[in-house]
Design a protein around this ligand. Structure first.
Ligand code: SF4
Ligand code: SF4
Length: 159
């Protein structure tokens, strides 16, 4: 069962995100190679990602057939729509905002080293830990928790 965010928590997270530097303006607008389903995130970010969606809508997103990335290495994120765009772009988590193309390296990298994004990550964790949620979701005791893991833990076990 999910604990939804209240208005204050939602606003705090929006504010933190608004201060991040994504650099995604360097990306090809049709590229979504980094939209793999196992991006990692905190509980508060997952709650924001599915904010205002009904349990049925969430269930539908996660139970539709998985699509493989072109290179076959990963399944694509369930929030990537058929047009190749993020269906929850304004709600996407930290990692999706911190990832960008790095022309000098000819590669795509996260941007956690940018101080401003590091600070955002710390503030998200602080906010996350103020929520009334089980310990498994706090303090990155489970740093491998991904979008699909969150769904499995919060929704699928109830079925
Ligand atoms: S949440 Fe959106 S931006 Fe992030 S991986 Fe999924 S589709 Fe891509
Ligand atoms: S960060 Fe890289 S893989 Fe992700 S959308 Fe931008 S160019 Fe594509």
């Amino acid at each position: 069962m999910m604990t939804p965010l209240n208005r204050s928590q939602r606003r705090q997270l929006e504010k933190i995100y608004s201060h991040m530097k994504s650099g995604s303006e360097l990306c090809d607008p049709n590229c979504h190679k980094c939209c793999i389903e196992d991006v990692k995130l905190t509980y508060v970010e997952f709650a924001f990602l599915v904010d205002r969606l009904s349990e049925k809508e969430i269930e539908n997103i996660f139970t539709k057939p998985r699509k493989l990335r072109e290179d076959g290495n990963y399944y694509l994120c369930p929030f990537l729509n058929d047009a190749g765009k993020c269906s929850r772009y304004e709600h996407r988590p930290w990692v999706c905002r911190a990832y960008r193309k790095e022309p000098k390296l000819n590669a795509c990298v996260q941007q956690p080293l940018r101080e401003i994004n590091q600070k955002a990550a710390q503030r998200i964790l602080q906010l996350n830990n103020t929520l009334d949620i089980p310990p498994i979701f706090k303090d990155y005791t489970n740093p491998e928790m991904t979008i699909r893991d969150m769904f499995e833990v919060l929704f699928k076990k109830q079925a």
